[in-house]
Design a protein. Structure first.
Lengths: 188, 77
């Protein structure tokens, strides 16, 4: 792949890649810039290993993820014990306070939560869930692409995403409660 | 024909919202949601949360970063 083509391909996904890098680094923008630069140079050097016509984004995000692992040292292994049963946590909480039937949950609840606080909730996820979530929420990737990028089975992607969503729902609901948003809506 | 009950539909909620189910499963969930207000509410809350997080998760690319990255390739050619 020549340099111009490489830069065009990379330029198209750099915004998504930056978002992913920031989330991987728990919101540290400076570390994300360094990581993105390192991964970009690494990808440029190895661009001949990319098969034209295949998924450039998945190929680059894999390099980016590996660069992150190298910087972080040995990959952190975390065991997080949470209920893995499928459960619509937010809906059940909303039902408890009598707002589950709302036509637009975003209007009454979610739009009142600050963007920075949502980012914080993502950044606070344990690393194994943060990686999958970052690819899902910022990389706009399918389960298959995430599986390919992280070298884990699709079933593991599904289960980690499920757990990540549950943790996010708990965090967002707690946030809404602590900000008085839930109370205001319940008694409205 | 097998019809999904509420427990199965909730189990498939994430994959349904992510369009990761087969066409047949997608249709079965859709059919159930049309008939079950409780599950439809649960899906609406889940989907609303996903949209919120997706809208908030991204970051704006810092000004000049693309140029700095592309310039750094000069040393590798």
């Amino acid at each position: 792949m020549d340099r111009a083509t490489f830069e065009r391909e990379l330029g198209e996904i750099l915004g998504l890649a930056y978002g992913y890098a920031v989330r991987l680094n728990s919101g540290d923008h400076e570390a994300a810039e360094d990581l993105l630069q390192e991964a970009s140079i690494s990808a440029f050097r190895g661009r001949d290993s990319f098969t034209v016509g295949t998924n450039f984004k998945a190929w680059f995000f894999k390099i980016l993820t590996n660069a992150f692992y190298r910087r972080a040292g040995k990959k952190e292994v975390q065991t997080v014990s949470i209920d893995a049963d499928p459960e619509p946590y937010l809906y059940l909480q909303a039902r408890e306070v009598g707002i589950a039937g709302a036509d637009d949950p975003a209007e009454i609840l979610f739009n009142k939560i600050d963007t920075a606080e949502v980012k914080q909730a993502l950044d606070n996820l344990p690393s194994e869930f943060r990686e999958v979530s970052a690819l899902y929420f910022t990389g706009e990737m399918s389960y298959e692409e995430i599986s390919d990028t992280l070298n884990i089975p699709v079933g593991t992607v599904r289960s980690r995403l499920h757990r990540a969503r549950k943790l996010l729902q708990v965090a967002l609901w707690d946030l809404a409660v602590s900000r008085g948003i839930v109370e205001a809506v319940s008694y409205a | 024909m097998h019809e999904m009950d509420c427990r199965e539909v909730i189990k498939h909620m994430a994959q349904y919202l992510d369009r990761e189910l087969s066409t047949k499963e997608q249709e079965e969930v859709q059919k159930h949601l049309g008939e079950c207000g409780s599950c439809a509410n649960a899906f609406r809350w889940e989907n609303s949360m996903l949209i919120l997080v997706k809208n908030c998760a991204g970051e704006e690319l810092p000004k000049g970063l693309t140029a700095r990255i592309f310039d750094s390739f000069d040393c590798c050619e």
